[in-house]
Design a protein around this ligand. Structure first.
Ligand code: PSU
Ligand code: MN
Length: 305
């Protein structure tokens, strides 16, 4: 296989990877299917600025005209943010988009695949996909979890939204052998809220410690990634009971509208923003900035090892 037939790595990203300098991967589904335009445009630029300020290079991923892109230009970021005719691309969609010349945004799963192909071991996102509530009948389990099991990328997230069954998501990760760390917390965070009621495998106290655990896992030849739960900063955290009610309402609306499969997560995210009058969007943006900052610090530490 000649990867060059499919993959375009931005020159800045390529030379950083080759020189062993820190790079942070970013996804584009959070832009195209997770946040409204034009707020996502400001977000996309700021998240890259934050990573640079920490001394790392940002690499946002996308599929454009049938090519895998690692590191986007301003114009390509705008295309993802506008999101017109931009598919949501997870692992199963990747060969179809590439073979047919399609354009799409990468999820956590496909961003991990592109990052791994490009040699980038650290990735910052908002929230991961997981085991959906009611998965015992729908079998709706995000491909993100299988990707964490198999692809060697450390993913910094603010936990998982309560649209998911957080307990079952953590059970799945345990079965798949994925270490779940909390950054200065003993609880896996619940996205808008700092606590979920579920514990982590280890409370990491620094970016250096996270980097050392990742390095050790990969030195041992243990396949797969690692998950780091980074709680939303206190000042942006939302009330747990209030958000539980909002999420229940969004889930009921999805059921009523018969939404299924890959459309369910974007549907729920948009309804949550609507029900909270944009308050949840502000929190979403801030927690993603916070994750970018930590991921950049981890990338810097990993580059030293
Ligand atoms: N959860 C969020 N925000 C997001 C997503 C999940 O809080 O934007 C996106 C991510 O790209 C994630 C994807 O990888 O949704 C999961 O979709 P699915 O459940 O269809 O695998
Ligand atoms: Mn799903």
């Amino acid at each position: 296989m000649n990867l060059k037939n499919y993959l375009d790595i931005a020159p800045e990203v390529k030379s950083a990877v080759e020189a062993g300098k820190p790079v942070v991967a970013l996804e584009s589904t959070i832009l195209s299917h997770g946040m409204p335009y034009p707020e996502n445009l400001t977000f996309a630029a700021e998240v890259e600025r934050i990573i640079r300020a920490e001394g790392a290079i940002p690499a946002t991923m996308a599929i454009i005209d049938g090519r895998m892109k690692v590191g986007l230009s301003a114009g390509e970021l705008e295309l993802m943010c506008k999101g017109e005719n931009v598919a949501k691309v997870s692992r199963r969609d990747l060969p179809i988009l590439l073979a047919t010349g399609g354009t799409g945004a990468t999820t956590v799963a496909s961003t991990m695949i592109l990052a791994s192909l490009a040699g980038i071991p650290v990735f910052a996102t908002g929230g991961i996909g997981g085991v959906h509530r009611g998965a015992e009948t729908t079998m709706d389990i995000s491909a993100d979890l299988q990707e964490l099991a198999h692809t060697p990328v450390a993913v910094v997230c603010a936990g998982a939204k309560m649209i998911l069954d957080i307990g079952l998501t953590l059970e799945y990760l345990e079965t798949m052998g994925v270490p779940v760390l909390g950054y200065n917390t003993d609880q896996f965070p619940a996205f808008y809220c700092r606590k979920s009621g579920f514990g982590v495998d280890y409370t990491a106290k620094s970016a250096a410690e996270i980097a050392k655990i990742a390095r050790t896992k990969w030195d041992l030849g243990l396949a797969g990634g690692m998950l780091i739960g980074n709680p939303v900063p206190e000042e942006y955290a939302l009330d747990f009971d209030e958000m539980s009610a909002v999420i229940d309402k969004a889930l009921a609306a999805a059921k009523e509208d018969g939404v299924r499969g890959k459309n369910i997560t974007p549907y729920l995210l948009a309804h949550i923003v609507e029900y909270t009058g944009g308050k949840s969007l502000a929190t979403n943006i801030q927690l993603a900035y916070n994750n970018a900052r930590l991921a950049a610090k981890v990338a810097v530490e990993l580059a030293k090892l």
